[in-house]
Design a binder for this molecule. Structure first.
Ligand code: GLU
Length: 380
């Protein structure tokens, strides 16, 4: 069975719909698109699939209702627009899906809900309970309460987090482009559609520009979210939302859009570390330590391999692990706070007690609390 055909076995499906896909040129919600989506979801449910939708459109509809000019928009006005638009988005989903006797449920999330593991597990359990009751959860960011520090920023990332946390088989990004191209197809007529991306492939040369004025994502953000979800074992497809029956075709194994082949599924705790947390600090390791950590069944991170500490963190926080060139290759939960790591960096584990004057773990990050991540360029 090839990689496309294996999508026919997918049971749990997450579909992400961006503002530019769900709105029509006149600026309202595209009723035809929503009807087509509901009809396809009905077919998936008949096949025994479970479906989660991540939708945008709230801010856009709210802006229209309040007649807000984007240029003059403050953060609180954007949040007010989301509050006005969100019930309207749900109203349209209830109508379109109700025509097929499908019940939908609204879930609004902030990054903060996902950062703390206990809250994250509550969200995951709620989604599980909805799915086992044949309800289609319709998820959006809770824009009206997300302060700047706790925002996902765009729904691409949110979709990746939801897909990984629910251990979805496939995440489908419905985009206004046919998939990922070798270069930006809007400016380069020779750009070619990339059909398949293998785990860990370097895509830095194909990341297109950011989307249009209504969209916060853009192709570069989609690629980052897609690679993270694929690292966690979720197959990801980016495809053209305007193409008829596109979701059904993806799940029939047709060669539509770009498929990110999933890596090995990771344990639930590791998925959370890779997707749901925004680490505030990092350690830089030498080339030898990097190679040892990257090996299959590799080592734990010992103080000896650490050459620098960045940012601030407490024991128990998730931190980035950077190679000597400053790019992230792993994340993990640290046993030591930043000032302690600073003091023991370069030392042998047997010296930890003498340096810190208390007995501690021999490793800074234990192997079981570490996850490899796809390189995403130097971290600031
Ligand atoms: N959450 C925003 C909305 O509903 C959209 C964010 C995005 O476009 O990624 O309008």
């Amino acid at each position: 069975m090839n990689e496309r055909e294996s999508l026919q076995q997918a049971k749990r499906v997450v579909i992400k719909i961006g503002t530019r896909v769900i709105t029509d040129p006149a600026g309202g919600l595209d009723e035809g698109f929503l009807r087509g989506l509901a009809e396809q979801v009905a077919r998936l449910l008949e096949r025994g699939c479970e479906v989660v939708i991540i939708t945008s459109g709230a801010v856009h509809l709210g802006r229209r209702a309040l007649q807000v000019k984007r240029k003059k928009e403050s953060i609180s006005l954007r949040q007010a627009a989301a509050a006005v638009g969100q019930p309207e988005v749900m109203h349209r989903y209830i109508e379109a899906f109700g025509a097929h006797n499908i019940r939908v449920a609204q879930i609004l999330l902030t990054m903060e809900d996902m950062r703390e593991r206990r809250r994250y597990l509550h969200v995951r359990n709620t989604l599980e309970a909805l799915l086992s009751n044949r309800v289609v959860p319709v998820v959006n960011e809770n824009d009206s309460v997300s302060g700047e520090a706790v925002t996902f920023g765009e729904n691409d990332k949110l979709a990746g987090v939801v897909a990984a946390s629910t251990q979805a088989d496939v995440l489908i990004f419905l985009s206004d482009q046919a998939g990922l191209f070798t270069s930006d197809p809007r400016t380069n007529p020779g750009a070619e559609l990339i059909s398949t991306v293998q785990p860990g492939e370097d895509l830095s040369s194909c990341a297109g520009s950011a989307g249009g004025p209504e969209s916060l994502g853009g192709m570069a953000k989609k690629i980052a979210a897609a690679q993270t979800a694929a690292d966690c074992g979720v197959a990801v497809v980016i495809a053209d939302g305007a193409e008829p029956q596109v979701v059904v075709r993806v799940l029939d194994g047709d060669a539509v859009g770009t498929l990110f082949v999933p890596g090995q599924p990771t344990q639930a705790r590791k998925q959370w570390m890779a997707t749901a947390t925004e680490p505030t600090g990092a350690v830089v390791v030498d080339a030898g330590a990097k190679a040892a950590l990257q090996q299959r069944d590799g080592a734990s991170l010992l103080p000896r391999g650490i050459i620098d500490v960045k940012g601030d963190f407490e024991a128990g926080d998730v931190i980035r692990i950077l190679g000597p060139d400053g790019s992230e290759f792993a994340r993990g939960q640290t046993n030591y706070a930043a000032p302690e790591v600073h003091r023991i960096q370069g030392a042998h584990s047997s010296q930890i007690e003498e340096i810190l004057r208390h007995v501690g773990q021999p490793e800074v990050v234990h192997r079981d609390y570490m996850v490899m991540t796809t390189p995403q360029g130097p971290s600031e």
